[in-house]
Every structure is written in C-alpha cells, then in structure tokens.
Design a binder for this molecule. Structure first.
Ligand code: GLA
Length: 691
C-alpha cells in the first residue's frame, strides 16, 4: 500500500505507516474532519468507517474536527484562534487543494472571507509508525494584521472507548519525569508549561490507552510536541468516550500578530498508534528519534566526566587538571568543565553574561587545560548558559534593556539571574558570536547548554503588545544559534540542560545529542526519573552520572555497583569528587567503565524492554543486556527470577560472564535469576549472547 492514498470523489485521504492507518476527509462545508486512527486499513475499509452524523441537537456541535478552529457550532478546545480586523474570529473553511510527495501531504485552505491561508501538513516514513503533523498560517492580505491567540500544530483523535487512561509525566526540579497513569477525566485536561521552557513539571507528550494496555500488549495512542518553550496540550474526553487532544507552542492568554504577507510554521506534533503496549510505544518513539530527529544518532556517546558535583563554582586550572588525570585513568573519554570558569563567577550571584575565562582561575586562559585534557586522551567540553545574565555582570551594566522586562514592573530574579531576550536579533547575534569564537578557539567538542530559570515579566517594551511573540521567537532563535554552531563546527556536540531536565523535547533533541535529565544524581531516585524519561526518549540521549556517596542532594548512601548499574542504563558519566575516592572504588570504577564500553552499543543503540519496575533489558542483534536493581532485600532474601522479553523463543543465549547457556523460551516464560548480592541496594548486570 502506498503511504498516501487520495480518493478525490469522496474527498478522503488515507495515510499508511508500516502498521497503522490514519484517515481524514472533507465535510460538505470544506472543513477537515477526522475519520480514523488505528490499525492499517485498505481504502475500501477506510471508506466504510462510520462517521458521526453530526446530529441536529442545538447543543452538541461538531465533534470530529481534524483541526478545530473557532467558528460555528464548535465548542471543544480549539487548535486555532484568530481575530481579524473588525473583530471577526474563527475560520470558515474553503478548500484550495492538496499537494503530496512521497510520504508528505499538504492540504491547503483559506478563509471564505478574510486573507488567511491555513495549510495542514502530514508526513509518514516507511520505517516508523510515527506520523508527523504541523500547520502553516499565511496572512495573504496587504493591509491588515491578523491577531493569533492560539495556533496549534495538530489535533489528534482516538476512537470512542470505555475507560481511557492518560499517561504523562509530572514532577519538579530534581524530580523530573515521574510517570502518571490515571483515568482520563470526562472533562478537559490541560498539560502545559507557562515558563518559557519545556519545564520540569510536565513534558509535552501524552499517551492514551483504553485501560487495557500493559507493557507488552494493547492499543496505545500518543503524541509528542517538538517544542522547547511554553506549550499546551489540551485533552478533551467526551461523554461518548471519544478522546482528542490539541497541542502546540505557547500557553493560553498570549497573543501575537501575523503581519500582512507573513507566514507562521508551527512545530511538529508527532503522533503514534501501536497495538504492542507501552513497551512497543516507547521502542517506536526511540526508533523514530534515532531515525528522524537526532542529529548524530549513529554515534556512540562518550563516557563523560563533569566537574559540577566535585568543584561546584570553584573551578580552577589546578583542580580541573587533577580531576582530569584521575578521570582519564579510569577510562573517561570526554571531560566537561561545568559552571564557574568565566567572568566574575564565584557563586550563582555574579558573572553570567561575561563569557571570558576568569583571569584569577585561568590566568593563561582555557588553552592549557584543554590541551592537558587532550594530552590525557579525552575530548574537552564546557558548560554555558547563553540565555541568562546576572544583574551583577558587565553585560547587564552595558545592556540593561536586553532582558525580558516590562515597564513599571520589578524585574524578578531567580537564582540571581534575568533572562536575556533572545527574540531580539542583536542579542541573538551577540550570543552566536561569542559561542562561535569560544568553540572555535578551543575546538570544543561538547557544550552543556544550560537554562536555569523560567521567564517572568516576559515583555519587550519597544514592541508593545506584539512583544508577546517573544515566547516563540526566543526559542526559534535559540534553535537557529545551535543549528548555526553545529553547521560551522562539525565536531561540536551539545547536551541540553535546564537545571537538570527542564528542557527535553523533540524540538531540542533535533539539535542536541544528549540531555542532562535531572540534577538529582541519587541512584535510587534516578530509577523513577529514568523510567519516566524512557517512556518517550531513548537511552542514547539519557546522560547519567555516578557521583559520590552519601549523595550530595539526598544524603543517601548507596554502593558503588548500584550507582554504576543505574547509570549504565543510559549514557554513562562520572560526576563525583574523584580526588577523594578510595583506591578500591577507583579500581572498581575502572572495571565498570570498561564493562560499560562493552555493553554500550547494546544500551545506547538497542531496544529497551522494561521488566517490571526495577529491571531493564536492552537488545541489539544477538546481544542482550539486563540490569536489575533491588532496593530492599526481603525474606526469604533470595533473588527472584526476572522474565526477559523480546528474545527468540527457539534460540539459546549464553551468559557471557558465566558461560551458562539458557533457552530463549525459558528466559521468557520462567525468567532468569539475577546474580544479586545479598543486602539492600543490590544490583546485577547480565550479558547474554545468542549462540
Ligand atoms: C544547573 C545544572 C547543573 C549545573 C549547574 C551549574 O543546575 O543542571 O548540572 O550545571 O546548573 O550552575
């Protein structure tokens, strides 16, 4: 079946992915209507799907909209809200035509009266069930601006079912990505960030199931937004059991103008249907990002050392050299110096914005340290926070108008800092220039791009009311700067960070290589954080450090092996004060890092199977890696067998450490007893190879 089939007589389109089908049509009034999203369909089947008659109740209104716009008899959460000159709102759809090319479809409409064109875009890939959607607005008039109050990327609809559940993540700083799986209220449920970044409190994806999906079985519908600023996903669950959700950039209450001649492209809101349960949904999302989102997905991420938890703001050439020497000896491949290397930075209160090396700490600049790191055989990386400024900085003293601010309003500081208005081209130019110079001068191989506070007083006084576009333009300029930096520095890789996991989404991951998913490095807390993260995002992006015990955030004491085994399920790094680690710990770390390098292709590029709450399995080709964590030992204090997934039932698998051979069938049905040592916080790693 071709990926796109158009039936002009019935004004219907059928999109097909390897195992899903998506159908839409035009109603007699030209408005686009949703027909079906689920298993693959033939055209004949697509034409036979029953569609709501619309009824003639004076209260219900249209319920099957493909892209709900305000207008006649539409009462659900709108994807599009516009106001024209003279006060008219909404859209009266007039179909202009379609364009299709391979897996790409664009449906063009205009308003019946006002100068607005709307294009709905769809893209399918032959190796993924993820369907990408976005929209374009175009003010085709010559005279009048159009006020845009909301312009979502897409609305998705799942068929009527009893008992929908909503899966999503909640949390906060140091507790990101906490998975929630709750009955979907018969109401509107809004997931949102009003912070100017993706947020720690919510992440722009949803998954719905009819209460019957498990890890490996059942239908799951979901969608994820490729946007790193404020966002909103509004889920609507109607009394007939139908669930739909619209999502896009920006939160409610902001508006901006589309000037005559101007076009606006929304970010992508990608959707996925699978009947393989939450596990298959995650694996599909991971494969989609590897194939179509991440810039260098085929690379293996290096083992990193980061200075933050060792030296805090007190970095200097001497302590970084000493840490680098130990890190290199352990097998670390990338040394990243964190905050504190620039301007008058001595703590969080000063220096942000002044991106030249602190002369007292680095009297000879960064060159000697970078050279020493390379002499030790590692790559060199650096922490930056380009979008921020401390009031106590030369930059702010010179450009107090460069920050987000409003007339007659206090400039609220958070972590002693203000947000630079990256929507301004002069600010964006300044940022690109110093970053380009810094990266070029030292051949920097990794930037940890941080963003440590939310937007407040989000104004741009010279722009007046239209300054609210900064919610969007700030982010598009951040994207443009990163894209330019990558284009001019082929060896540069970037880690996204916003006080830990405050900026992770498909938009930033299209231009970064990995994410710092939480400032919380406590291995026990990490299990839940990583579990929530992995629902959508792949292990190859999940930076995870082994740090000191007791943990500096939580005070919890956890054995070294457990800390390693938790971090080894992502992109392994070290973040502790290695100068104080004991000789036995250093030698155990050296061995664990070597083991990680052996399993790294399986973890970073394999398929993830979650085995209960405290074990994960990665599989790639003929290799399988299982990591098991046991928090508390309980009577009878014997390890319990863990059933593996995804293996070939007829194949045999040899344990690479013990030589023992297992049958795939019994590993799936009876499981594997993991070699957990006695006691609390015990953990195990098992490597299997198909024979
Ligand atoms: C944020 C990051 C940390 C560290 C500090 C430095 O909190 O998440 O990892 O880089 O900033 O100030």
């Amino acid at each position: 079946m071709k990926p796109l089939v158009h039936d002009p007589d019935n004004r219907l389109w059928l999109l097909s992915t390897p195992s899903s089908g998506y159908v839409l049509r035009l109603a007699p009034d030209d408005s686009p209507r949703h027909v079906a999203w689920g298993p693959r369909l033939t055209l004949e089947q697509a034409l036979s799907v029953s569609v709501p008659s619309g009824g003639d109740s004076s209260f219900d209104g249209v319920i099957d909209e493909e892209y709900p716009a305000e207008g006649p008899a539409r009462f659900g959460p709108p994807s599009l809200q516009v106001r024209f000159d003279g006060g008219a709102r909404g859209v009266q759809w007039h179909y202009l035509g379609q364009e299709s090319d391979g897996g790409r479809l664009s449906l063009r409409f205009r308003d019946d009266h006002y100068p607005l064109e709307i294009t709905l875009h769809y893209r399918v890939h032959d190796d993924s069930d993820v369907i990408e959607r976005w929209a374009t607005l175009h003010n085709t008039g010559a005279d009048h601006p159009i006020e845009v109050l909301r312009c979502d990327a897409a609305a998705w609809t799942a068929p009527p079912r009893d008992g929908y559940r909503l899966s999503h993540v909640t949390g906060g700083w140091s507790a990101e990505s906490q998975l929630e799986r709750v009955p979907l209220a018969r109401a509107e449920t809004v997931l949102t960030s009003r912070r100017g970044h993706t947020s720690h409190q919510a992440n722009p994806w949803v998954m719905l199931d009819a209460g019957d999906a498990t890890e490996e079985h059942g239908e799951v519908w979901g969608a994820a937004l490729a946007w790193s600023g404020s966002w909103r996903i509004a889920v609507h669950h109607d009394p007939d059991g139908r669930a739909s959700w619209t999502g896009g950039a920006g939160h409610e209450g902001i508006s901006w103008t589309l000037r005559p001649g101007q076009r606006h492209h929304t970010p992508v809101f990608a959707g996925l249907y699978t009947d393989g349960g939450f596990g298959a949904a995650s694996r599909q999302w991971h494969a989609y990002q590897a194939g179509h989102v991440l810039p260098q997905a085929g690379e293996l991420r290096p083992v990193t050392y980061n200075s933050w938890e060792a030296t805090g703001f007190d970095v200097d050439e001497d302590n970084q050299r000493r840490l680098a020497a130990v890190a290199a000896d352990l097998g670390v491949e990338l040394f990243v110096m964190d905050d504190g290397w620039f301007g008058g930075r001595r703590d969080a209160s000063a220096g942000l914005g002044d991106w030249t090396p602190n002369a007292a700490r680095f009297p000879r600049g960064l060159g000697p340290l970078a050279a020493e790191v390379r002499r030790l055989g590692m790559r060199f990386g650096l922490w930056v926070e380009p979008e921020m400024v401390n009031p106590d900085s030369d930059l702010y003293r010179a450009h107090p108008d460069w920050v987000l601010h409003m007339p007659h309003r206090t400039r609220t500081t958070m972590r002693h800092q203000l947000v630079l208005n990256f929507a301004r081209d002069d600010v964006a130019d300044w940022a690109y220039k110093w970053l380009d110079e810094l990266v070029g001068q030292h051949d920097i191989e990794m930037l940890k791009w941080d963003m440590n506070r939310a937007f407040t007083e989000p104004g741009w006084p010279q722009r007046g009311a239209d300054g609210e576009r900064l919610w969007i333009d700030h982010i598009t300029n951040v994207y443009a700067i990163i894209d330019r930096l990558r284009a001019s520095h082929a060896g540069l890789r970037i880690e996204t960070c916003a006080g830990g996991g405050g900026r992770v989404d498909l938009g930033i991951l299209a231009r970064t290589d990995q994410a710092w998913i939480s400032d919380n490095t406590d291995a026990v807390d990490r299990i839940a954080i990583q579990r929530g993260y992995g629902q959508l995002y792949p292990a190859r992006t999940m930076a995870a450090w082994v740090t000191d015990s007791p943990n500096p955030h939580t005070g919890r004491e956890v054995p070294l092996a457990f800390r390693f085994h938790v971090a080894m399920s992502g992109v392994l790094g070290l973040g502790g004060d290695l100068l104080r680690w004991s000789e036995p710990d250093l030698s155990a770390s050296r061995a664990m890092i070597a083991t990680y390098k052996d399993i790294r292709p399986v973890v970073q590029h394999g398929e993830l199977y979650r085995l209960g709450d405290d074990a994960v399995q990665y599989q790639r080709g003929d290799r399988v890696v299982v990591l098991v964590w046991r928090l508390t030992s309980r009577p009878p204090h014997q390890p319990v067998a863990v059933r593996l997934a995804g293996l070939e039932p007829g194949a045999r698998y040899r344990d690479e450490d013990t030589g023992r051979v297992h049958h795939g069938h019994t590993l799936r049905t009876h499981g594997l007893v993991p070699p957990l040592p006695p006691g609390d916080y015990s953990s195990a790693l098992v490597r299997l190879r198909r024979v």
